[in-house]
Design a protein around this ligand. Sequence first.
Ligand SMILES: *[C@@H]1O[C@H](CO)[C@@H](O)[C@H](O)[C@H]1NC(C)=O
Ligand SMILES: *[C@@H]1O[C@H](CO)[C@@H](O)[C@H](O)[C@H]1NC(C)=O
Length: 315
Amino acid sequence: MDHRLLISATFISLLSLTLPPEAHSASFKLINRCRRTIWPGFLSGANSPPLSSTGFELRTGKSRTLTIPKSWSGRLWARTLCAHHSNQTFSCVTGDCGSGKVECAGGGAAPPTTLAEFTLNGAGGLDFYDVSLVDGYNLPMLILPKGGSGGGCSATGCLVDLNGACPADLRVARGTHGPSVACKSACEAFGDPRYCCSEAYATPDTCGPSVYSLFFKHACPRAYSFAYDDKTSTYTCASADYVIIFCPPPYTSQKLVGARKDGAPLPLVNKTTMYIATDHSSGALSSGLVQRHFTACAASILSALLLFWPIILPL
Ligand SMILES: *[C@@H]1O[C@H](CO)[C@@H](O)[C@H](O)[C@H]1NC(C)=O
Ligand SMILES: *[C@@H]1O[C@H](CO)[C@@H](O)[C@H](O)[C@H]1NC(C)=O
């Protein structure tokens, strides 16, 4: 045998041992901390590898972990108030994907719905992720990167219940006098190009925040509040797995996330804006917006921390 061939063969096999591992295939752990069952839905981007599931039921307190193909991009969200009908179809009051089934099978979320958006192994090998309220809001959501090795790896999300606090002209109620179940974007509510960043307003220079998008941004500083809100709303991490929590307890998550100095320019929770549920006992979705100074809430935050820390630790 030719020595050179043998040497190069050895070299190549050594090289393959020392090469960095191939692009990491991530896992998403979805956790339902909402008081009711939710039905997560998934939509893969064009040219993105398909997922093993595009929608399933997730009962309160339960979690499910999915292996996500390398270089996957797409979005996920939670459907709420879903039902199987007697005519064999399935539909949801919020986040419905129009498939008539639990699997979304290529259907996207009907707005208004809080969205988690991901591009894994994108430019520079980084994962890009955000929580978007551009298409409105239906429930609080938190993305926590775990074990990342590059990028900022900040947590992002929207931790407050905005349904009760939603401005009247954006509110989606269940029935005429029912509780608020979602909060529309101004674009969806009014169709004005100024709010939609369309037509004459289709550039970052011509489309800015509105009083409506600022309602979302002040409550959830890291979430996307309008189409060109990129600078403070897109986060990156490399080779991470992701925990996605629906209805995270706001104060514990704040503690969890605050413990790591993640360097993000905006806080995950706006400490001067507290959203206090007005009706804890009945399980009603309504809540009232109470703005007050942080210290005034210190006692309730402390008790919430004590109450929830054993739940959040095993994440
Ligand atoms: C099935 O029933 C639901 C609820 O009554 C209704 O909204 C939906 O339009 C029906 N779908 C079909 C295909 O008949
Ligand atoms: C927090 O909320 C207050 C009141 O709505 C607002 O003036 C302030 O800009 C918000 N802070 C952040 C970081 O969004």
